[in-house]
Design a binder for this molecule. Structure first.
Ligand SMILES: Nc1ncnc2c1ncn2[C@@H]1O[C@H](COP(=O)(O)OP(=O)(O)O)[C@@H](O)[C@H]1O
Ligand SMILES: [Mg+2]
Length: 175
């Protein structure tokens, strides 16, 4: 599935839509160059999942855990930019968190490929034209990813249809 984003806010909104489909155990790999929008995406997803507060880039902390009391949910935000340090952390037990009891977002997943679970969702960011334009390619193998992609695709289509219906009813796009 390919989506276009024209601003950080749009990337966060796409992330929020995907987050609504996620459940404990899901792993989302965020691929793309430095500055492509991986942390913006994670921040949007975390906000939608109920996190109130800052989301720092976990480059030096290797993983940051966010607990959402209202949903009794743990979210783990990994960053494998420093591949050696992250690999060491994962080899020493950190890997149990990947696909474990929480939802995981992983930046630079290709640097710790051997620790990723068999099935996970990928969001691949590419810059496209304008400084703020990005394409997001969302893909994944296996039964759970198929279900996720289906549910997320339906929600995107429904969002567009209700927007179009509201626009044509003349209230400026507000449902
Ligand atoms: N469409 C967009 N989506 C996400 N970020 C964007 C977009 N357009 C511009 N940006 C900017 O690009 C940067 C992305 O930073 P960040 O998410 O930290 O990148 P990464 O984690 O991939 O290294 C931010 O400064 C953000 O404001
Ligand atoms: Mg980042």
């Amino acid at each position: 599935m390919h989506l276009h984003s024209n601003s950080p806010g749009q990337t966060a909104a796409i992330a929020a839509g995907l987050a609504a489909c996620l459940r404990a155990g899901d792993v989302v790999a965020l691929r793309g160059e430095l500055g492509s929008g991986k942390t913006v995406f994670a921040r949007g997803a975390l906000a939608a999942l109920g996190h109130r507060g800052k989301v720092c880039s976990p480059t030096y902390s290797l993983v940051v855990n966010y607990h959402i009391p209202a949903a009794d949910l743990d979210i783990y935000h990994f960053d494998a930019y420093l591949a050696d340090k992250e690999s060491q952390f994962l080899a020493e037990g950190g890997a149990e968190l990947l696909g474990g009891n929480g939802i995981c977002f992983v930046e630079w997943p290709e640097r710790i490929a051997q620790f990723l679970p068999k099935e996970y969702l990928s969001v691949e960011f590419a810059e496209s034209g304008d400084a703020e334009a990005r394409t997001l390619r969302i893909s994944g193998a296996g039964e759970r990813c198929r279900e996720l992609l289906q549910q997320f695709g339906d929600s995107q289509r429904f969002g567009r249809e209700s927007f179009a219906a509201a626009s044509s009813s003349g209230n400026g796009g507000r449902a």
